[in-house]
Design a protein. Structure first.
Length: 260
């Protein structure tokens, strides 16, 4: 079971799969490497995929310190690439993972080949935030109702109805301590890479679902317009977890981009 060690001594669990050019897959807020389970094998066919447990999740260490930030997570990802012996990798980040990927491409351009930013945002100061109605639906006292609201933000009603026994991997790591969840929430909420986006030199694809209210779709053209030469693709009818529910459309378009 491989581990890398961050600059501040945190042990970071990661896995390597597949064959081909390296591809780093970055998961969403408060989620571990299993975020990618539903689609990772499709990428394994053509790439050596690297997935990691963020600090605070999975098998990685869970420090209760002020060491959680999207820019810090990017440095953690570099530590994983170093330990895996990978100098340069394509990067595909979704949700908070897309925020981390922005810093990775801006701060470590020599480590990033092609860049895919999925269902993500440049950050609150310049991005479009979710509505108060959505926020309230996620923090209601009835935990069953709150989880139902989260599922409906991630997936369409039709898909949920057709998958009643689905084992969800995108709704948060259930083993996380409350303090780690709070620190992930703060890290994602404080993200602001607006000034760094024009510095990104990697060829970039921005992907987003047209019906995403969890991370509003309006953030996609903001990112694409801020990153030099970035391309934009919208997945019609998709919500936040477009990469899973609409994998038959989303995965081929990402693969085509990554393969040049």
């Amino acid at each position: 079971m491989p581990f890398a060690t961050s600059a501040d001594g945190v042990r970071l669990h990661y896995e390597v799969h597949g064959h081909g050019e390296p591809l780093l897959l970055l998961a969403g807020q408060a989620n571990n490497l299993h975020w990618w389970d539903a689609v990772r094998e499709e990428f394994d066919d053509g790439f050596t995929t690297v997935v990691l447990d963020w600090r605070g999740t999975g098998r990685s260490d869970r420090p209760d310190t002020d060491s959680y930030s999207t820019r810090g997570f990017a440095a953690d990802a570099v530590a994983v690439l170093d330990q895996a012996g990978i100098g340069r990798a394509h990067v595909y980040g979704t949700s908070m993972g897309g925020r981390v990927a922005q810093w990775l491409a801006a701060d470590h351009p020599e480590r990033v080949g092609r860049l895919v930013l999925g269902c993500t945002s440049p950050g609150a100061p310049h991005g479009v935030e979710r509505s108060n109605e959505v926020r309230q639906s996620l923090v209601q006292r009835d935990q069953t109702a709150a989880m139902r609201a989260l599922k409906e933000l991630m997936y369409t009603p039709r898909w949920l109805a057709e998958h009643p026994g689905h084992h969800f991997r995108t709704l948060g790591d259930p083993t996380m301590e409350p303090y780690a969840r709070r620190r992930h929430l703060l890290a994602s909420g404080r993200h602001d890479a607006w000034d760094a986006l024009p510095l990104i030199t990697a060829e970039t694809l921005v992907v987003h679902g047209t019906d995403d209210e969890f991370n509003p779709t309006a953030n996609a053209p903001l990112l694409a317009g801020r990153i030099p030469g970035a391309r934009l693709r919208l997945v019609e009818g998709a919500r936040h977890a477009y990469f899973e529910e609409f994998a038959q459309e989303a995965t081929p378009l990402v693969l085509k981009f990554l393969q040049g």
